[in-house]
Design a protein around this ligand. Structure first.
Ligand code: GLV
Ligand code: GLV
Length: 445
């Protein structure tokens, strides 16, 4: 089988110059309105279209890392990144762009042993001391937390700038007494089985849906998290999303930067009011309460739903789930991800929300059926969404990124200097307490 990948262009001449001249591809066919280029048996076509279709990535495959490096030397002027390993995808690559903004990728698929070589080096012992218990740290934390951990542990830390792969975790967990890990490290039954000496898993997060609790419990391994210390920062970020989506802040900032602001206009970037509207909180735990408390200054009515009613020091009304969905102008999610909460916001709920409603998710992506959310935003079942989390992180669906009424943040709810340090200190105190045979400040099982 053979085929051609086609793109629309407005500038066939520019495309011809770039793809034959700059990139050095051969012209396979020129039909006037349509140009086709060949690259090692794969064909890329461009035809004259009304609007230029700039989306899409053209990936050029090479047979070795050094060929990618050589391509980088040739195409440095159009490159947008330097060559690097992406261990998650097992590739060595760099990106460039063509004159109409299409992404060009120059790539080599790494062989398993090449990924291996690269990865064996990522864990380093920071303070060799065999008299101390050993701790595996899957990513560097704020220094104060690292110092605290080093007082007690021999620290084996991933010093690279990427997450550890499952295979690497499996390799390095053996012989470790303690583990401090991230919310994107999957601590599953297989890993726990390989953890022959492990006594504590200290998650650097309040959420712990990345850990197989049953498997840990069965092996008598304590699991700890970092509640409380990130509550206020996460609530701040939920509010940043509320205000930015309601008042279309990123869109209008982009507009100004592009030089499009030519004078005050009566209908420019009309958004939604926040004050005196109804805020719906799904999950009135610590973070839900902190978000709700901030709404009082805006004169909002607060309604909430969750597993139970709460004693609250501010006015808020407990309502049924259906009522919450139907009546909230802004619906903010603050539940943990569990089998029961997965896809709790699906087609039925999105269709039942107000057409002017805004959905805010700073909890976990999979609480929302992402495919349905895309449909809802496209078809105007709801007005906008502010997201910090996704179903398959770090994957953010392209459809979401293309919609103007969505804000897509890279999971930064707790990302303030002060809070990340406090989370690090709490994770460290958790690990140290368990190793000392004491009660941990925040133990889940
Ligand atoms: C962040 O999402 C956390 O669970 O800490
Ligand atoms: C997390 O700390 C929560 O209670 O939602």
């Amino acid at each position: 089988m053979s085929g051609i990948v086609f793109f629309k262009t407005q500038d066939l001449d520019g495309i011809r110059k770039f793809y034959t001249g700059t990139l050095g591809l051969s012209l396979y066919l020129d039909q006037g309105k349509c140009l086709i280029f060949a690259h090692n048996g794969f064909l890329i076509g461009f035809y004259l279209g009304l609007e230029s279709q700039t989306q899409g990535t053209i990936t050029f495959l090479y047979d070795s890392k050094s060929l990618v490096d050589a391509a980088y030397e040739r195409f440095r002027s159009i490159s947008t990144t330097e060559p690097c390993v992406n261990a998650l995808f097992g590739i060595y690559h760099f990106w460039a762009s063509d004159p109409e903004g299409r992404v060009l990728e120059f790539q080599y698929f790494l062989k398993p042993e090449e990924i291996q070589t690269d990865s064996n080096e990522i864990v380093e012992i920071l303070n060799e001391d065999s008299s101390k218990p050993k701790l595996l740290l899957t990513r560097l934390l704020p220094q104060k937390a690292m110092d605290k951990l080093q007082e007690v542990f021999e620290l084996h830390a991933n010093t690279s700038d990427r997450a550890m792969q499952i295979r690497e975790l499996n390799e390095h967990i053996a012989g470790k007494d303690a583990l401090v890990c991230l919310l994107n490290d999957r601590i599953d039954a297989e890993l726990i089985a390989a953890a022959d000496k492990l006594k504590v898993i200290a998650n650097y997060a309040v959420g712990y849906n990345n850990i197989d609790l049953e498997a840990a419990k069965a092996r008598n391994i304590a699991v700890c998290n970092t509640p409380g210390v990130l509550t206020e920062s996460t609530a701040d970020l939920a509010w940043a999303l509320i205000m930015a989506t309601a008042r279309r802040i990123p869109e209008s900032d982009k507009f100004s930067r592009e030089g499009k602001f030519l004078g005050w206009e009566p209908l420019l970037f009309l958004g939604k009011d926040i004050h005196h509207k109804t805020l719906g909180i799904l999950g009135m735990g610590r973070i839900g309460q902190a978000v709700a408390r901030r709404a009082i200054g805006f004169g909002m009515d607060i309604i909430y739903h969750g597993p139970s009613t709460k004693e609250l020091d501010f006015p808020a009304q407990y309502v049924e789930f259906d009522t919450l969905i139907r009546e909230a102008d802004i619906l903010s999610l603050h539940l943990p991800l569990t089998p029961e909460t997965r896809h709790m916001i699906g087609e039925k709920e999105l269709r039942a929300m107000k057409p002017g409603a805004i959905l805010i998710n700073t909890a976990r992506g999979a609480i929302v059926d992402e495919k349905m959310l895309i449909k809802a935003l496209r078809e105007g079942w709801i007005w906008a969404a502010g997201l910090d989390v996704y179903e398959e992180e770090p994957e953010i669906p392209a459809e979401l990124k293309e919609l103007p009424n969505v804000l897509v943040l890279p999971h930064i709810g707790s990302a303030s200097l002060e809070t990340r340090e406090a989370m690090g200190m709490l994770a460290a105190r958790n690990a140290i307490a368990i190793i000392d045979g004491k009660q941990a400040p925040a133990r889940v099982v």
